[in-house]
Design a protein around this ligand. Structure first.
Ligand SMILES: NC(=O)c1ccc[n+]([C@@H]2O[C@H](COP(=O)([O-])OP(=O)(O)OC[C@H]3O[C@@H](n4cnc5c(N)ncnc54)[C@H](O)[C@@H]3O)[C@@H](O)[C@H]2O)c1
Length: 429
């Protein structure tokens, strides 16, 4: 067999934000990729390196550098207000954005404008105008702009969508989803950025995407309403929300409506058995799908270690560290798979065939609705509507409704008692 000493191509990644989600999903992916690279018959071996990181202070970067194995610990570190821009200019090919959700747009726009492929944590951005800008830059610069919705890679959710696609479950009518985070999240980890924010933007999007992707695309988004409660993480009349109840209505092609209620909170008692309590129910013409995070899996209690370090109801499908039966230590799960898949998509565009066919490969990958920002319109529209409804509520106008693609515009906020609607987004959603 003939051997060759040619170095494999490399994708140099830059990471903006080194918080919890970096540690749970990106870090294990980069460590695995540094060891084994990515391989498919179409691309051959492609190396991936964590070339640089951008954070506010650099302290988490140095902490990780001390813990990281060779050669990952050689990454460049950029800090301060222009860290992301400096990192992008330092010669990376791909930029991953995992900052708090109101700080995604700036680094994502700068990276796309510089012709880098981009992966953004959910929610991608907070307004349709921002989404339009990212989609345009990706198109003009011939790169991928994608968002992470890892729940779409959960085997249970994949099966739900498969049943819908195969016609086993017919015509969704309504459903509820609930995701409750413990108080320690809002009072600890997120305390720095959650003033003026709400838990729906941050976590309801998981279910918004699940609904939109699993039951769409042959329906249209029609209306959004929301309310919520305040007084625990902020003042009772302020702009920081403890919990939010969001309702989203779609219209099927046969004009029958479907409604979904999504409840989120970040003030659940820390000792509640489900660390992040998650439940969904979807009702169809001919069936019901019910999924409960705590009831599907393992229950574990270890004295002095649960529920802090070892959760009572761990989700090892999402992420787990294992001793494999063949003796190796591993970390795996759909949270990591979905990051790997994005890098495989970039590798396919850049190295999956002749340069003359790159445009075709790019279109193939940017046509994937599960993660492309161009297919995130309904989710971003709902997030933008929800934030506007909650802001109006805090300003003394509870009970607003946002109508989608009505005669006045794409996103139209209607306040009870007001003659004129407020146009949140003029173009079609
Ligand atoms: N897919 C999921 O299930 C999931 C889970 C958790 C978080 N997330 C998303 O990931 C993102 C980050 O969440 P997290 O839990 O890791 O938050 P975190 O608070 O743990 O970490 C945020 C990181 O961003 C850094 N940062 C903040 N502002 C910055 C700036 N202007 N420039 C550079 N770095 C900055 C912080 O220093 C920190 O390292 C959010 O968008 C969140 O919605 C997704």
């Amino acid at each position: 067999m003939q051997t060759t000493s040619t170095q494999p191509p490399i994708l140099r990644a830059g990471m903006v934000g080194l918080g919890m989600i970096f540690d749970e999903t990106y870090r294990p992916f980069f460590e695995q990729a540094a060891k084994d690279g990515l391989f498919s018959r179409r691309t051959g071996l492609v190396d991936v390196s964590l070339a640089a990181v951008a954070t506010r202070t650099g302290s988490r970067a140095e902490k990780y550098r001390r813990a990281a194995p060779e050669p990952i610990n050689r990454f460049g570190s950029f800090t301060g207000p222009t860290a992301a821009e400096e990192m992008i200019a330092s010669g990376v090919d791909v930029v991953c954005v995992a900052t708090p959700d109101d700080r995604h747009f700036g680094p994502a726009r700068a990276a796309l404008a510089a012709g880098k492929h981009v992966l953004i944590e959910k929610p991608s951005v907070l307004s349709l105008t921002e989404l339009d800008e990212l989609s345009r830059l990706a198109r003009e610069n011939g790169v991928l702009a994608k968002v992470v919705y890892h729940k779409l890679a959960d085997p249970d959710h994949k099966k739900l969508r498969t049943h819908v696609a195969d016609g086993v479950l017919k015509h969704v009518n309504n459903g509820y989803c609930s995701l409750l985070e413990p108080k320690s999240i809002s009072t600890g980890q997120f305390a720095e950025w959650l003033t003026g924010r709400n838990p729906a933007t941050y976590v309801a999007v998981h279910y918004l995407k699940l609904i939109d992707f699993s039951f769409g695309p042959h329906w249209r988004l029609s209306r959004i309403t929301a309310t919520g409660q305040r007084g625990l993480v902020g003042s009772a009349g302020g702009r920081t929300w403890d919990s939010v109840q969001l309702q989203v209505v779609y219209t099927h092609p046969d004009e029958r409506e479907a409604a979904f209620d999504i409840h989120t909170s970040w003030v659940t008692p820390d000792n509640f058995p489900g660390y992040v309590e998650q439940e969904v129910q979807f009702r169809f013409d001919n069936g019901v799908w019910n999924a409960h995070q705590r009831k599907r899996g393992v229950e574990l209690t270890v004295e002095n270690r649960s529920p802090g370090e070892l959760k009572y109801t761990p989700n090892y499908h999402y992420n787990g560290t294992f001793l494999e039966p063949w003796g190796e230590r591993s970390q795996r799960g759909y949270g990591i798979e979905v990051i790997r898949r994005f890098f495989e998509e970039v590798a396919f565009v850049e190295h999956g065939g002749p340069a003359s066919e790159r445009t075709g490969r790019l279109h193939q990958m940017s046509g994937l609705a599960y993660n492309d920002v161009s297919a995130d319109r309904n989710c971003v529209a709902i997030v933008q509507a929800c934030e506007a409804i909650l802001a109006a509520h805090a300003d003394g106008h509870p009970g607003c409704v946002v109508r989608v693609n009505d005669p006045f515009g794409g996103l139209v906020l209607c306040k009870p008692g007001a003659a004129e609607p407020t146009i949140l987004y003029q173009g079609r959603v």
